[in-house]
Design a protein around this ligand. Structure first.
Ligand code: SF4
Length: 407
C-alpha cells in the first residue's frame, strides 16, 4: 500500500513536471538576474542538471552556481586539442571551487580511426565538422544523455546572427554551441525536447561578465591576456584584434571560404541563370531575382558610378554595393543592407547598388576594386578613392561601424 502511494506521488510529480510551460517560464525569467535563473535551474533539477564549462569566461556560471549555495555539477569536453593554458585553468577552477569537473573524452577508437585516415589537421582542408563531430558532438551527446537539463554560457551578444534570440530557458534542443551538431540531443528521459537548456547569461554583455569576474576575483584563463576572447581548440582558435568580433577568432579559414563569393563561383551561377533564360523562363527569373529593391537604395547606372568616382561631383558620402542578383552571398546580405539603407535614410549618407556582373564586370574590376561579390564601397566626401569594406561581417551593426569610422 505504502509503495502504491509512493508510486502515485511519483506519477503526480512526473505529471507536474510534464506540465511545466517552459515558454512561459522563459518569459517570466527573461529579465531576471543570472543568479536568479541559476538558482531556479539548480532548484528545479538538482543532480540532473550540469553546467557545460568551456574553459573561458563561462567560469562565471560556476561562480553564480556557488553563490546560490546549492550543490552543482560541472562537465567539460576535453577534445584532446585544447591549449595547455586551458588545462591549467581547469585545474585552477577545480581547486578554487573544490569541485571535480566531469571531463568527457572522445571515443579513443573513433579518434584513432579518424586521425589515421585523415591526419591531425584535416579540418584546414575539408572543414571542421568531421573532427568536431568526433571530438565534441558525440561526447556532448553522451554527457547530455545522463541529464535532464544543462546550463550554458551562451549570450546574445556573442553572435548577433545566430544567437540574437537566445531565451534564458529553452525546451527544444536545437543548438549550435560553437559547432555543427544535429538537432537530436536527448536527455535521460529520451526523445527530442527531453532536455531543458538554461542560458542564465543570455542577456548579459561580455563586458559585464568581465566586470563580474573581476569583482568576484574569479580565476580566468590566461589565454585571455594574450588576446583570445573566444576559447576553443588550439588549432581552431586565434586571438582577435581590438574591436574585432570574437567569432572571427574561430575557424577563420572557413569563414573566408564560406562568406566570400568568388568571381569564379559566381560565373558558374551566372551561366546557370542565363541558361535558364534561353529556355524561355530566363527573363522572368532574372528580373524577379533582382535584389536590394527599396526606395532607400539608389539603383546606379554605369554613368552614375562614374560620376561618383569623380570627387568634384560628390556632394555627400555614398555607400555602394557591387552585386550580382544571382550571387547567393549578395542575396544573403539583402535583408541587412536594406535595413541599413532605411536607417541611413535622411542622415546625409546615400546608399546605392550597382549591378557589376556581365559586361560591367571588367570595368568594376579595374575601377571599383571588385574581386568578389558582394563588394561594398564607401565613397567619402573628401577622398578621391572609394574605400573597400574588407570584413566578411555584413550585419547592420558591422556596416554601421564601418561607415561611422569613415564619415
Ligand atoms: Fe577538431 Fe578544431 Fe573542432 Fe577542436 S574545434 S574538435 S580541433 S575541428
Amino acid at each position: 500500500m505504502a509503495e502504491a502511494v509512493v508510486e502515485e506521488k511519483g506519477r503526480e510529480w512526473e505529471k507536474e513536471e510534464e506540465e511545466v510551460d517552459y515558454v512561459q517560464l522563459a518569459r517570466e525569467l527573461e529579465n531576471s538576474s543570472p543568479l536568479k535563473v541559476m538558482d531556479r535551474a539548480l532548484e528545479k533539477f538538482g543532480n540532473d542538471i550540469a553546467i557545460a564549462f568551456s574553459g573561458a569566461e563561462d567560469v562565471a556560471l560556476i561562480e553564480y552556481a556557488r553563490l546560490t549555495g546549492r550543490s552543482f555539477r560541472v562537465f567539460s569536453l576535453d577534445t584532446g586539442r585544447l591549449n595547455p593554458e586551458t588545462y591549467r585553468f581547469f585545474d585552477a577552477v577545480e581547486k578554487h571551487y573544490g569541485i571535480h569537473i566531469e571531463y568527457m573524452f572522445p571515443d579513443a577508437v573513433e579518434v584513432q580511426a579518424f586521425v589515421r585516415s585523415k591526419g591531425l589537421f584535416s579540418f584546414y582542408e575539408d572543414g571542421h565538422q568531421e573532427c568536431c563531430r568526433v571530438r565534441k558532438v558525440r561526447p556532448l551527446r553522451r554527457a547530455l544523455k545522463g541529464l535532464r537539463a544543462w546550463i550554458t554560457g551562451q549570450r546574445k551578444d556573442q553572435s548577433p546572427g545566430t544567437r540574437a534570440q537566445i531565451p534564458v530557458v529553452q525546451s527544444a534542443e536545437i543548438i549550435e554551441l560553437d559547432m555543427q551538431v544535429d538537432p537530436s540531443f536527448e536527455g535521460m528521459d529520451g526523445g527530442i525536447g527531453s532536455l531543458i537548456k538554461w542560458n542564465p547569461v543570455a542577456n548579459v554583455e561580455g563586458k559585464d561578465i568581465w566586470n563580474f569576474l573581476r569583482t568576484m576575483d574569479v580565476p580566468v584563463n590566461s589565454l585571455h591576456s594574450q588576446g583570445h576572447v573566444s576559447i576553443g581548440c588550439e588549432p581552431c582558435t586565434r586571438p582577435v584584434l581590438p574591436g574585432q568580433h570574437e567569432r572571427e577568432g574561430r575557424w577563420w579559414w572557413e569563414d573566408k571560404k564560406a562568406k566570400e563569393c568568388g568571381l569564379h563561383k559566381g560565373n558558374i551561377a551566372q551561366e546557370g541563370a542565363q541558361k535558364l533564360g534561353s529556355d524561355g523562363n530566363g527573363a522572368a527569373t532574372i528580373n524577379k531575382s533582382d535584389i536590394f529593391e527599396t526606395q532607400a537604395i539608389v539603383n546606379l547606372s554605369r554613368p552614375g558610378v562614374e560620376n561618383l568616382l569623380r570627387l568634384e561631383n560628390r556632394r555627400e558620402p555614398w555607400l555602394v554595393v557591387l552585386y550580382a542578383p544571382w550571387c547567393r552571398f549578395c542575396q544573403g546580405m539583402e535583408t541587412s543592407f536594406v535595413e541599413l539603407a532605411e536607417r541611413l535614410s535622411g542622415t546625409g549618407i546615400k546608399v546605392g547598388k550597382f549591378r557589376a556582373d556581365r559586361d560591367q564586370k571588367p570595368f568594376a574590376q579595374q575601377e571599383l576594386q571588385l574581386r568578389s561579390f558582394p563588394t561594398i564601397l564607401f565613397f567619402p566626401m573628401h577622398a578621391s578613392r572609394p574605400i573597400k569594406y574588407s570584413s566578411e561581417r555584413r550585419d547592420v551593426d558591422s556596416l554601421l561601424a564601418f561607415i561611422n569610422a569613415l564619415r
